[in-house]
Ligand binder design. Structure first.
Ligand code: FNR
Length: 399
């Protein structure tokens, strides 16, 4: 992935043939501060780069002449059938990319037959998003509030609105230092300054649409942050996270949450075997291996590198998922071969949102699914269920 560069061509969504193409449309359409908020990572962004480098270092072992005429991509996720091993990860403030943000993403996931996860830091309320895709399987992601009564209330609302699994993210005790946001003076709600004048002029369509949406009360209302009212206090995103969520959360608090939620529960943000073992011992149904797309602790390993030891530690007692750096169907195949049941995407579908709302997200899902299908055919593997380490060559150490 190229980083921060101006795309060479003015592609349309219809012309996009891969996630990077959709990213170039996104980069053109949104103001710089929004692009940096979405694309950026913690401090030196070492983990962001490592996530890509680690996938690229893995090599395949194909099996020619084994009849690749039909491929099965469908699987199940906590018992729910899905058309492909792909899930939309929770992304806070997704409506920065498109006014319908989280609702459009939920609709795209539903029409594609996959699962979407709503962030605790969403702009639309969890009820609005549930109403956008009634009947479709949806997960809710929780950050635990300093005020436990608010967490308990949000969990009850998620249950009442029909979310089927609760995802507890544990890698944000505090907000990571995302230096691009600090330099851009990125706040919620956004505040244009004289420094941003050129950017505002270049992105008038975005600014106008955003202002229109604000007027009608949907823009950045951050519905799940406890209430359904607009954000009135302007704060840096990191400060907002730090003022609301509890850095003192422990494994015992996870068990408290477990007692509030009677459905399946997923722990998100695990990058080593010890934490995975503890999560299973505390009653988690799934372990979501994630370094938050490199946005939190810079210096964490690439998730694909730690996946095998985590899958071993979990040993089929819970499902194992992976995200952080998935940009190609080949990445999904590599993760499944190393023990993940499904992969999640964050930034790629936000690129789609900016490029074309629901249709843009559908396009990103479609591109990744096509790549996944082609990869299986080229490998000579008839089904995602058959993927294991035997389809990979141990990569030589050259990173
Ligand atoms: C995120 N992510 C995230 N995770 C979470 O549990 N709650 C959240 O509110 C957010 N918010 C958020 C905002 C933005 C802009 C991004 C890019 C990511 C992390 C997300 O769920 C996922 O772990 C990563 O995005 C996966 O990496 P890729 O696919 O973006 O490389």
């Amino acid at each position: 992935m190229k980083d921060g560069s101006t795309p060479p061509r003015r592609l349309t969504l219809a012309q996009a043939i891969n996630v990077e193409d959709v990213r170039s449309i996104f980069a053109r359409k949104v103001p710089t501060a929004v692009r940096d908020f979405i694309d950026g990572g913690g401090e030196d962004e070492v983990t962001v780069r490592r996530n890509r480098g680690a996938f690229e270092a893995i090599e395949f072992r194909n099996r020619p002449l084994t009849d690749a005429s039909t491929r099965t991509l469908s699987t199940t996720l906590l018992g729910t059938p899905i058309t492909a091993p792909l899930v939309l990860a929770p992304v806070g403030l997704a409506s920065l990319a498109h006014p319908l943000g989280e609702r459009a993403a939920a609709m795209a996931a539903a029409s594609s037959g996959i699962v979407s996860t709503l962030s605790s830091s969403s702009c639309w309320s969890l009820e609005d998003v549930a109403d956008a895709a009634p009947g479709a399987p949806k997960w809710f992601q929780l950050y635990v509030w300093r005020d436990r009564a608010i967490s308990a209330d949000v969990v009850a609302r998620a249950r009442a609105a029909g979310y089927t699994a609760l995802v507890v993210t544990v890698d944000v005790p505090v907000g990571g230092r995302r230096e691009r946001d600090l330099r851009n003076g990125f706040t919620i709600p956004p505040r244009p300054t004289w420094r941003h004048t050129g950017d505002v002029i270049r992105h008038l369509p975005w600014v106008a649409r955003f202002a229109w949406d604000e007027m009608f009360g949907h823009g950045l209302t951050m519905g799940n942050f406890g209430g359904r009212t607009a954000v009135t206090q302007r704060l840096a995103f990191m400060d907002r996270v730090n003022s609301r969520f509890d850095p003192g959360m422990t494994w015992d608090d996870l068990e408290w949450l477990r007692s509030l939620w009677d459905g399946p529960m997923v722990i998100k943000g695990i990058t080593n075997a010890d934490a995975a073992r503890e999560a299973v011992a505390r009653g988690m149904d799934a372990v979501w291996v994630s370094n938050h797309g490199g946005r939190q602790l810079d210096g964490l390993p690439a998730t694909i590198d730690v996946l095998p030891e985590i899958a071993d530690a979990v040993d089929d007692r819970a499902e194992v998922y992976l995200d952080s750096g998935i940009r190609r169907g080949t990445d999904i195949v590599k993760a499944l071969a190393r023990g993940a049941r499904v992969c999640m995407i964050g930034r790629p579908y936000v690129y789609g949102l900016a490029a074309g709302g629901q249709a843009g997200v559908e396009k990103v899902i479609e591109l990744l699914v096509k790549e996944l299908d082609t990869t299986l055919a080229l490998l000579g593997c008839a089904s995602v269920d058959r993927l294991d380490e035997s389809w990979l060559r141990s990569a030589p150490a050259r990173r």
